[in-house]
Write a protein of this length. Structure first.
Length: 133
């Protein structure tokens, strides 16, 4: 859409994923990305967002998987709406047949605006059935 008040933003789009398979049951993934997206604060559109994510997946038993991750996201609102977000997450997946799994996860997100003395903290707990068609 055309918005006469929106400024042109520039960023080099980049997406890098590196996977290290420690053994058959465990892998570690390091991912980094730069995109242009709407800011966390919702006041600025088209801000460069830089993300780095470290994730570990481990098969505990046949059909049972444990995932642990930590993500850091920096939004560069060009000095007037800069944000930092840190998100650790934990998930447990039970794949009880080839097309269905029970997934439970908890995610905690901490966000802080540049120049602010305090941040906000939120938590999400989700569980449900995942169907693969």
């Amino acid at each position: 859409y055309a918005d006469p008040q929106a400024r042109t933003q520039h960023a080099i789009g980049l997406n890098i994923d590196m996977t290290w398979r420690v053994k058959d049951s465990t892998q570690v993934v390091l991912a980094a990305a730069t995109i242009i997206d709407q800011g966390v604060g919702g006041q600025v559109e088209g801000v460069p967002v830089h993300t780095i994510r470290l994730e570990m997946n481990h098969a505990l038993a046949d059909g049972l998987r444990f995932d642990l991750s930590l993500e850091a996201e920096i939004e560069n609102g060009r000095g007037h709406d800069d944000w930092l977000a840190l998100t650790p997450a934990l998930a447990l997946t039970w794949q009880f047949n080839p097309t269905a799994a029970w997934v439970s996860n908890v995610e905690i997100e901490w966000e802080k605006r540049r120049g602010s003395k305090t941040g906000t903290l939120g938590a999400t707990l989700a569980t449900g059935l995942q169907l693969r068609l």
